[in-house]
Structures are given as C-alpha cells and as structure tokens.
Design a protein around this ligand. Structure first.
Ligand code: PLP
Length: 461
C-alpha cells in the first residue's frame, strides 16, 4: 500500500492538488522531473465551449481541442444527460457475445455515415486499440483467404498511429520506438507527403510510388496493409498531394493489400467531413477512429471494415478472435449518439467548410514573422512550420529546437492563454486544432497570441 494517504478529490484544494499530482499522478509523455514549486503542473479544472480554466481561474483557448478530440466543445450538458439516462437504463453489458441497443444504433449510424461499403463497426476504447484491431484483422483476413504470409504493414515516416506494441510498429517516430525494442514485427516505413523541403521538380506522386517500391522490396506476398492518415498529424498537419490517395488505392489493389485510413483525428469534422477519406475522395478498406466520435465525453474508438473484409467472418464457425471488455460501452455509445446529434443539429461539418478559409488566412497572415516557414493543413487542423531562415528553409539544430520549442514556445503560449502544440517530431511545428464551434473571434485571439509569442521567439534567436 502507498505510504501517503490519498486525499478525497472533493476536499483537495489548489495547493493540495499540485502536491498530490506531483506525488501520485503519472502523466503521459511527460517529463515528471520538470515540475517543482516554481514550475507547477498545469491543472485544468473546468471547461466551457472553446475554453478551459485552470485551478486559479485563468482562462485558456483550447486550440488543441483537448488532444484533437473535444470537437463539439466543452461542457455540453446534453451529452452528460444522455450518459446519465444510459446509466439508469443499462450501465454495462459487454460486446463479447452480447449486444445492446446503443451499440447497435451507433454501429448502424456510423455505417450510414461512412462512405461506400464501410458497413461493419468493431468498437474499441480508443485509437491505439482501433489501429491494433485493424492490423490483427488484416492478418486474420489474409489467413482466412489463403494468403497467410501477408502480415507486414507499410506506414509513413513520422506518422503517429498509437503506442500499444502492435500500433507502435506503424508509428514512424524513432524516439517513441527505440525504448521498447524489440517491438512487434512487420512495420515498414516510407516517406510521408511533407513536400515543403522537396526539390521543386519532384514528381508530386513520388511519395505514393515509394509505397509501391516498398511493397516490391518486402515481397507483395508478405504485405497485408498500408496505413495512412488523410492529413498526417505528426510532422505538422501534412496534407496529401493531389491524386496521392487515388494512386495509393491503385497500388493497394494491384498488390492485394488492404488500405487503412487512420482517422483517429481526421474524422468527425476535423476536416469538415464525417470522415477524412471523403475529403480526398478515396475508399479505404478499413477506417480507424476514436477521439471526436464522442467529442471525448467518454473514451471510445471504432474500426470500421468494408463488407469485403468482413465477408470471411460472416459464416459458419468463423470469428475475429479479438476483443476488449469495455469496447462499445453503453455509456460511451450514448455519449457518441448525443455528440452526433449535436454535429447534425449545429451542422459542425458545414461550419468547418465555411470557416476553414478564414482560419487559414489568419495563420497565413503570420508569414511576416521571420521564423514562420510553411503554413499547411486542412479544415480546423493547421500547422505552422518554424524555420531559422525563410529563404533557405533551414531548420533548427537539436539544441535550438529544445530551447525554442520546449524552453520557450510551449510555456509562453500557455501563459498567454492559448493551448496548442509546439512539437518537433519531424520538423518543428506549432499545431492548431480548435473545437469546431470556433469562429472569427477565436481565430483573432489565436492570431494575437501567436503573433506576440512567435515575434518574441524570433527576436530571441
Ligand atoms: N492514430 C492516430 C492518427 C492518432 O493521432 C492517435 C492519437 O493521437 C492514435 C492513433 C492513438 O490513439 P489513442 O491515444 O486514443 O490510443
């Protein structure tokens, strides 16, 4: 038993919370040694609309939607009420061999929203589990269809597909992988579509062709799937080239490889559509999603498979030998249904489509700051790549990145009231992914804070 007596949540004051957090809470991807009396842990205690508030009552514009997930905005009582009604009706039943009304209704609704024949919904509790499920499905699918050697997955460099050991084989960020070697076998990586540093005369479909080359190199009989985000998050909101996904689809068909669209971020309005693949007009075999499926009111993910991929599992004694206790949880499913009601009633997808140009223009207006290199993204999912020299596009070295991003930018943006992400998994970028309810007023606030902090950062160099 722990030696310190844990204090009841309701009786802890602000100061107590700091101390208790430092003593007991293990924060994810966090340098826990970086906190002390002078460097407090940011403790967020309340949320409303596009804003959150800390323990001292300071207000922050949540320019990251939690972690790319609070798309409908914070504090929507109606979603909580739907969850409460669900608890009263049926708190829990598993999806292992049983079904319940909310999971059935939600699966039906998602199948109706997803393009083409993406009709079969396998629930999970989050994004990594959805990706993990897609990889296991790809392997079992090929085993059941007589191509059992197919097991490898082709992913893109710097892409983030999750942290569980299976999903990690696709995550293309070396520093996230090396502490855990040996990880699951089968992950292969190809260049992503970040063309900012490409030579001007490069074939726009170069990155797509690299997938075909890699399949040939590995041996097509060993490759089960290609996984791509419609707009790649890590590396800074990297959109595809025109025709990229059409070419990837052709390559997958040519080599009998499943195409997985990882839409853990890109679905549910982030790109102004229900699903990111709709925006770029391609038809994947499997979609993985999570985050904004419930706008983060409850943890939930889903893997949505096509009729073709489901077909071998549809008869006789066949089953997908995989599952999670909490996946498809009735309370999470109720939250998702209420969240989708909000999306429809307020036309959040339409709002993103109407407003993304204005949001982008606000970020483009920062190009006069000498460290603003590229501005890229789609929908309410945009990034600014920072450079040392706008002319040469030269980046920062390791030490400069550390001082600029972690030492100054992240903390300063937060201090001035903006939560966003300053990241250098790939090139150094500042990422914005605000709730889909944001409008001109919030865009101007984002611009004002970014302008003052980036100008100061440029002067410090
Ligand atoms: N895939 C993508 C594209 C993601 O962005 C993430 C998380 O950010 C994941 C998978 C993993 O999701 P989770 O953190 O819910 O496990």
């Amino acid at each position: 038993m722990a030696t310190t007596t844990a204090m009841n949540q309701s009786t802890a004051t602000g100061g107590d919370l700091q101390e208790l957090a430092r003593r007991h809470l293990w924060m994810h991807f966090t340098r826990m040694g970086g906190y002390d009396a002078e460097h407090p842990i940011p403790i967020i205690t309340r949320g409303e609309g596009a804003y959150v508030y800390d323990e001292h009552g300071n207000r922050y514009l949540d320019g990251l939607s939690g972690l790319f997930c609070c798309n409908a905005g914070h504090g929507r009582a109606e979603i909580g009420e739907a969850m409460e009604r669900q608890v009263r009706e049926l708190d829990f039943v598993t999806n292992w061999s049983y079904a319940h009304p909310r999971a059935i209704e939600l699966a039906t609704r998602l199948a109706g929203l997803a393009p083409g024949d993406l009709n079969r919904v396998f629930f999970t509790s989050g994004g990594s589990e959805a990706v993990e499920s897609a990889f296991k499905l790809a392997r079992q699918y090929f085993r059941m269809t007589g191509k059992g050697q197919k097991h490898k997955v082709i992913a893109r460099e710097v892409a983030y597909h999750g942290t569980t050991m299976g999903a990690l084989m696709a995550t293309g960020i070396t520093s996230l992988r090396t502490p855990f070697e040996p990880y699951a076998q089968g992950g292969c990586h190809v260049p992503n579509t970040n063309s900012y540093h490409w030579p001007a005369d490069r074939d726009p479909l170069w990155a797509a062709e690299k997938i075909a080359e890699r399949i040939e190199f590995e041996g097509p009989e060993t490759v089960a799937a290609v996984i791509c985000e419609p707009v790649q998050n890590a590396g800074g909101c990297i959109p595809p080239q025109e025709g990229y996904f059409q070419r990837v689809r052709e390559i997958c068909d040519e080599y009998d490889v499943l195409m997985i669209s990882d839409e853990v971020i890109c679905a549910f309005g982030r790109l102004g559509r229900w699903f990111g693949c709709e925006r770029y007009d391609f038809q994947p075999d499997i979609v993985t999603t999570a985050k904004a499926l419930t706008s983060a009111y409850a943890p939930m993910g889903a893997m949505i498979a096509s009729d073709r991929v489901f077909e071998p599992f549809s008869e006789g004694t066949a089953s997908f030998t995989h599952g999670f206790t909490f996946a498809g949880h009735p309370v999470a499913a109720a939250a998702a249904m209420a969240n989708l009601d909000v999306f429809e009633r307020e036309d959040l997808n339409g709002h993103v489509q109407r407003k993304e140009g204005e949001f982008r223009a606000v970020l483009e207006s920062l190009r006069d700051i000498p460290i603003v290199g590229d501005v890229r993204g789609a929908g309410f999912f945009q990034a600014i790549e920072l450079v040392k020299d706008q002319e040469t596009k030269a980046g920062f070295d390791e030490a400069e990145s550390e001082t600029l991003l972690r030492g100054f930018l992240s903390g300063e943006l937060y201090k001035r009231g903006l939560i966003c992400r300053a990241d250098d998994r790939g090139d150094p970028v500042v990422q914005l992914s605000p709730p889909l309810i944001c409008d001109t007023e919030e865009f101007e606030e984002i611009e004002g804070i970014l302008r003052s902090v980036l100008t100061e950062a440029a002067e410090r160099l």
